[in-house]
Design a protein around this ligand. Structure first.
Ligand code: MG
Ligand code: ZN
Length: 220
């Protein structure tokens, strides 16, 4: 029973810091996204494509959460976007405090869209609010169609579902309609995009959604 109590205290403390982060984002007119998925779903590839599509149009910055390496951050930095790396040293999720610390390396006045790439994990990131406006969950076709049923908390807390690697559908054991049905049974309000970072299918719709969110963010 004491474990439950400790977990609750940790989450309460996290929520306090997340509230501070959210207030900071709001005061700078920064739209913040918490990008979550299992390992290997293509979060970093989606980020790369998104940065390429929005280049010269929106000011985008990235916070990269990784367990051990800065490989993904290097990929993002090569595209010219401001990127801050968080290495969690084994921890399987980002916490609000880690994001708060990372923010001291960014000039939020110059950031309209902040994308926080979480550690690849569909379990605990569902419980750790980082102060984001929305969680975007990525599920790739290579993972099959039952992810929403296995990890309902994450899909319930997400605003957007990106079904990625749509180009591989003919080759993998994934029923696209069933995947969408499973996701919507958990969260009927999900906005769904079907994307491929290889063929670039669906990325324009995703970027249009991002642009539409900029309208609602009041610039300071
Ligand atoms: Mg990655
Ligand atoms: Zn974790």
């Amino acid at each position: 029973m004491s474990i439950i109590t400790i977990e609750r205290k940790v989450l309460q403390k996290n929520d306090e810091v997340a509230r501070r982060n959210r207030a900071l984002f709001f005061s700078h007119g920064t739209f913040a996204i918490n990008l979550v998925s299992s390992p290997g779903s293509g979060k970093t590839s989606i980020l790369e494509r998104t940065l390429q599509q929005l280049k010269g149009e929106l000011k985008v910055a990235v916070i990269e959460g990784d367990i051990q390496t800065d490989l993904d951050a290097r990929r993002i930095a090569s595209l010219g976007a401001p990127v801050v790396q968080i290495v969690t040293n084994g921890s399987c999720h980002l916490e609000a405090k880690l994001v708060e610390d990372a923010l001291s390396n960014l000039d939020l006045a110059q950031v309209q869209l902040l994308i926080i790439e979480n550690v690849g994990n569909l379990v605990c990131p569902a419980n750790y609010d980082l102060g984001e406006a929305v969680k975007v969950v990525v599920a790739s076709t290579t993972e099959g169609d039952d992810k929403p049923l296995k990890y309902p908390a994450m899909f319930r807390n997400a605003t957007v579902l990106m079904i990625n690697k749509i180009d591989l559908l003919p080759y993998v054991d994934c029923n696209l309609e069933q995947l969408k049905k499973n996701a919507l049974s958990i969260n009927p309000g999900l906005t769904i995009f079907e994307t491929s970072c290889v063929t670039k299918e669906g990325l324009e719709g995703w970027c249009a959604w991002l642009r539409s969110k900029m309208i609602f963010v009041g610039r300071s």
